[in-house]
Design a protein around this ligand. Structure first.
Ligand code: GDP
Length: 447
């Protein structure tokens, strides 16, 4: 998980609060000290940390919310203050106008080209017709990389390997890209924000008139993100920030909080090298997840994305009636796979993020799902529609075909029968489902 170590420490602190007999000044001091230590360890600026801990303590001593246990109240304060610390409300690029021109700026190696592809994927999945435009004329391989990224995510890409003037490239493509909903423009970086880079950004800004100008920063620069965000904010008028490489750095906390204080909103975070490794940055969801309370919004978004293209209504009716076969189970498993690994999903589930489920166990589950997919692949259409009629010789044949064992096939069938029974026992009542969802959301500390 992103900032996993910080999350573990904060979760420990919260559980100390809930186990405490009562909240007194001694406990408060202890809690505040633990939070300070955890945040400092994540490379967060000392002054910011002290400001945060001061306001947690002040609020805890001053406020009294009727109906809320003192301990619950303290957890709520910690949650709310951390959310504010990370910028408060979620902010996204405004892409309502067509075409919206979204330009990425930043230094060498910040992740602009990779992020261009991730954004292209993110918005195409949401039904936007996206074009990528390469104006990075400085880094020799940038154009080729963007072309490849565009191909991978299936969007049209406009590049020119020979031209060295970004304005000439833009002028040659600007009419062609008018018909898209969203134009994502990758620009050149430098080692530092030099006069030359500022001038180039100004020139392309004048020519393109981007609706959003987003700075890409890499998480591992930690607190230095503040100076960079401030400089870019002042010289180039950026409208938002994307922090890349949050997956590989324990300093991500420093970068996030340093940016938040500049007033340049963080819109997305990059959490890996792949085209799907981009998350819309929502301080509330982020803190919930960090504290092990789950992130129901992100979970629903992921589920929606994964289910896009499948007939959800039909599936829901079938599930509710307990009337589903291996074809449906297969479709469900595919959707699950698209949502990512189980350990990523668990982080988003309220109440699950805090649980210490060994990574190996989750990995085992992921492997099992892959095996089950092979098994269903090896079934005939008759077998998929009639799993109840699976006999010994069929099981033998499928085991051979899928490279699994009869034991594994029986396990899948058992799981199938259990799921079917479970769905049936829910009695087709959508109310029950809704109740369950409400309960899950209730677990989110009065958001
Ligand atoms: P640019 O010079 O700003 O265009 O940077 P690139 O897009 O070429 O990225 C530089 C390197 O960072 C590449 O090796 C990317 O694969 C890697 N990278 C970019 N974003 C992420 C991220 O979110 N996580 C990880 N782990 N690597 C990333």
């Amino acid at each position: 998980m992103v900032l996993g170590e910080l999350g573990d420490k904060l979760k420990g602190t919260l559980s100390k609060i809930s186990k405490a007999l009562f909240v007194d000044e001694k406990l408060l001091d202890e809690i505040v000290r633990e939070i300070q230590r955890a945040l400092l360890h994540a490379d967060i600026n000392v002054q910011l940390v002290f400001k945060l801990s001061k306001s947690i303590k002040e609020r805890a001593l001053k406020e009294d919310i009727p109906g809320l246990d003192k301990r619950e109240h303290l957890v709520k304060i910690v949650y709310e203050e951390l959310v504010q610390f990370l910028g408060g409300d979620k902010k996204e690029p405004d892409i309502s106008k067509a075409p919206t021109k979204l330009m990425l700026v930043g230094l060498f190696g910040a992740g602009k080209t990779t992020t261009s592809g991730k954004l292209a994927k993110y918005y195409s999945k949401r039904g936007k017709k996206v074009a990528l435009v390469g104006l990075d004329v400085w880094r020799p391989a940038a154009m080729k990389q963007l072309e490849q990224v565009g191909k991978n995510v299936g969007v049209d890409t406009f590049v020119n390997m020979d031209e060295k003037n970004p304005l000439t490239i833009w002028n040659s493509v600007k009419e062609d890209v008018e018909k898209y909903d969203l134009i994502i423009i990758d620009t050149a970086g430098r080692d530092a924000l030099s006069e030359e880079l500022i001038k180039e950004i100004e020139d392309v800004t004048d020519a393109i008139a981007p609706d959003e100008k987003i700075l890409v920063l890499q998480a591992d620069i930690g607190q230095a993100a503040q100076a960079q965000a401030e400089q870019f904010h002042k010289s180039c008028n950026i409208t938002g920030v994307i922090i890349s490489k949050m997956d590989g750095s324990a300093k991500g906390g420093g970068a996030l909080t340093a940016c938040a204080v500049t007033g340049a909103p963080i819109m997305f975070i990059g959490v890996g090298e792949g085209p799907s490794d981009l998350e819309s940055f929502n301080p509330k969801g982020f803190v919930s997840r960090l504290l092990g309370m789950g992130d129901i919004e992100a979970l629903l978004e992921k589920a929606q994305e994964a289910m896009a293209g499948t007939n959800q209504e039909d599936m829901q009716k079938k599930l509710m009636k307990g009337d589903f076969d291996l074809n449906d189970l297969y479709e469900q498993m595919n959707a699950m796979k698209k949502m990512g690994s189980l350990s990523k999903i668990m982080d988003l589930m309220p109440g699950m993020g805090g649980m210490k489920i060994p990574k190996e166990a989750l990995k085992g589950q992921d492997e099992k799902l892959t095996k089950w997919k092979f098994i269903i692949d090896s079934c005939t259409p008759f077998e998929r529609a009639n799993p109840d009629q699976m006999n010994g010789s069929r099981v033998e044949r499928i085991a051979k075909g899928s490279g699994t064992t009869p034991q594994q096939i029986r396990e899948l069938l058992k799981q199938y029968k259990m799921s079917k029974k479970l769905m049936k026992s829910m009695g087709g009542s959508e109310k029950k489902m809704q109740k369950m969802m409400a309960k899950m959301q209730g677990g989110q500390m009065g958001r």
